[in-house]
Structure formats: structure tokens, C-alpha cells
Design a protein around this ligand. Structure first.
Ligand SMILES: NC(=O)c1ccc[n+]([C@@H]2O[C@H](COP(=O)([O-])OP(=O)(O)OC[C@H]3O[C@@H](n4cnc5c(N)ncnc54)[C@H](OP(=O)(O)O)[C@@H]3O)[C@@H](O)[C@H]2O)c1
Length: 246
């Protein structure tokens, strides 16, 4: 599980909590070095301290801003001397029926979940092309495979992650770059807090409380995809809590 991870440099967006933070812990334990990005710098700095300054660097970034994402990725490459994996993980899940017309949430969800991934790809791709190696891990969701009432915008963004990743996979063949889409079901993180719609938020919080599995489930999938030999490209991982029907 930890082959091919030692000394790799991994950039993680959305590393201030949940799946990103837990993955950083697993990666450092396996010998990787991590660049941690998100808006809450205090959280990132505390995590970097926990992981050790030789292994982790914290960088404040809003993934909706292309220049900030470029600065983050360039900072990682400069700090650690190379770039091996870009995990486009930052995201939010503002579930709500369309008729609630929560326009600000629609905008933010599209900007973070789709454009944030695009900016991450744009920032890391030149580094990967120059090295003729690299690995994109883009985070979709079960909602990128199934559509529920109340999930129009979120599912649209997570289907988009899969669409973008599949085109990317085909385009980067000449450069030896790998592409993985990782689609979790309900995992215990702060994600339910991004549901703002009255009524929906309580239902989602209750569902997560009773069904969500720990974040190390996701981290293990990242390490599985990364640890394959360079000529093995794990393109899709979809996993759920065993009890999850949706
Ligand atoms: N947990 C699940 O059940 C589940 C299921 C399927 C898919 N996912 C996906 O997994 C990914 C990680 O979510 P999570 O479950 O770990 O939730 P989380 O604990 O809420 O983490 C979300 C992360 O995204 C960051 N983020 C949000 N907006 C950002 C922005 N504008 N710029 C930079 N960072 C931003 C947050 O950091 P700041 O607030 O500090 O910026 C935080 O670190 C998301 O893409 C989510 O859609 C999660």
C-alpha cells in the first residue's frame, strides 16, 4: 500500500479539514511530503506543525481564484523541488431543491467544485509536462454517478469533474501522467455544514450522523492509486459506506 509514495510531493486543496487533512496525515506517514492549501490558514498551519515542517507546508488559497491556485502549486514545487501528485479535493455540497433559488450557493458550488478543479489542473500540468510524470487525483462523489432531487447543482459539478478528468486522461498520454477520479459516498467530515438550505441541512446532518464512515476510508484509496507502479493508472474509484443505498 505504501510503495511508490516515499518522497513524493503531493499538493492537496481543501486540506484544512475532512478528507484532505486525513489524507495528508496518511501520506506523510507513508513518507510523502505535502503542500496543504485552503482558506483557513490557522487550520493548515496547525496541521503542518503536527506533520513536521520538513514534511508539510501550509499555503492560504481560495481555489476559485486561478492566480492563487497557480501561486500555491508553484510554492509547493519550489519548496520541495518537484511535484508528483495534484489532489483537487476542495469542495462544498449545498444541496437544495432548485425552486429554492439559492443563487449564491449555485455560483459558489460551480466556482469551487468545477473551476477550482480546472485551476488545479492548469497550475500543475506545466510542471507534470516538464517532468514527463505526474498524477492528478480529482475528487468527484457518488453524486457524480447518481442524481437525486435536491442535488442538481452538486451533481452537475461532480459529473463535470468526471467529464473533465476523462478528457484530461486522454490528453496527457504523451507525458506519462496518471489521472484518478475518486468518488466517495458519505464520509464523516465537515461537508454537511456546507448545506445551508433550511430543512435539508438537518436531514443531511442526521443522515451523516447515522451512516458516514471515517475519513481514513478515502485516504486509503488515495494511497492505493498512488502506490501502483508507474505503468498502472487507476482511473476511477467509487466507494460507499456498506449501509449506503443511494
Ligand atoms: N465527505 C463526504 O461525504 C463526501 C462525499 C463525496 C464527495 N466529497 C468531496 O470531498 C471533497 C472534500 O470534502 P470533505 O468531505 O473533506 O469536506 P470538508 O471537511 O468540508 O472539507 C472541504 C474542504 O474544502 C475547502 N474549501 C472549500 N471552499 C474552498 C475554497 N473556495 N478555496 C479553497 N478551499 C476551499 C475547505 O477549506 P476552507 O474552508 O478552509 O477553505 C475544506 O478544507 C469535496 O470535494 C466533497 O465534495 C465528500
Amino acid at each position: 500500500m505504501t510503495d511508490n509514495i516515499q518522497d513524493k510531493v503531493v499538493v492537496i486543496t481543501g486540506a484544512s479539514s475532512g478528507l484532505g487533512a486525513e489524507t495528508a496525515r496518511h501520506l506523510v506517514k507513508a513518507g510523502a511530503r505535502v503542500a496543504l492549501g485552503a482558506r483557513r490558514l490557522d487550520r493548515l498551519q496547525a496541521l503542518a506543525k503536527e506533520l513536521g515542517e520538513a514534511n508539510a507546508t501550509a499555503f492560504q488559497v481560495d481555489v476559485t481564484d486561478r492566480q492563487q491556485v497557480q501561486a500555491f502549486v508553484d510554492h509547493a514545487a519550489k519548496t520541495f523541488g518537484r511535484l508528483d501528485v495534484m489532489i483537487n479535493n476542495a469542495g462544498l455540497m449545498p444541496l437544495a431543491p432548485l425552486e429554492m433559488l439559492r443563487f449564491d450557493e449555485w455560483n459558489q458550488c460551480i466556482d469551487v467544485n468545477i473551476k477550482g478543479v480546472l485551476w488545479g489542473i492548469a497550475a500543475a500540468l506545466p510542471h507534470f509536462k516538464a517532468q514527463k510524470s505526474g498524477h492528478f487525483i480529482n475528487v468527484s462523489s457518488v453524486a457524480g454517478h447518481t442524481i437525486s432531487a435536491g442535488g442538481a447543482i452538486y451533481s452537475a459539478t461532480k459529473y463535470s469533474v468526471r467529464v473533465i478528468s476523462e478528457a484530461l486522461r486522454k490528453e496527457v498520454k504523451p507525458y506519462g501522467i496518471r489521472t484518478t477520479v475518486l468518488s466517495p459516498g458519505a464520509v464523516d467530515t465537515e461537508l454537511p455544514a456546507s448545506v445551508g438550505a433550511p430543512g435539508v441541512n438537518q436531514a443531511i446532518a442526521d443522515y451523516y450522523q447515522h451512516n458516514a464512515i471515517p475519513a481514513d476510508s478515502f485516504a486509503r484509496c488515495v494511497l492505493f492509486a498512488m502506490s501502483q507502479p508507474d505503468n498502472v493508472d487507476i482511473n476511477e474509484i467509487l466507494f460507499r459506506p456498506t449501509v449506503q443505498e443511494l
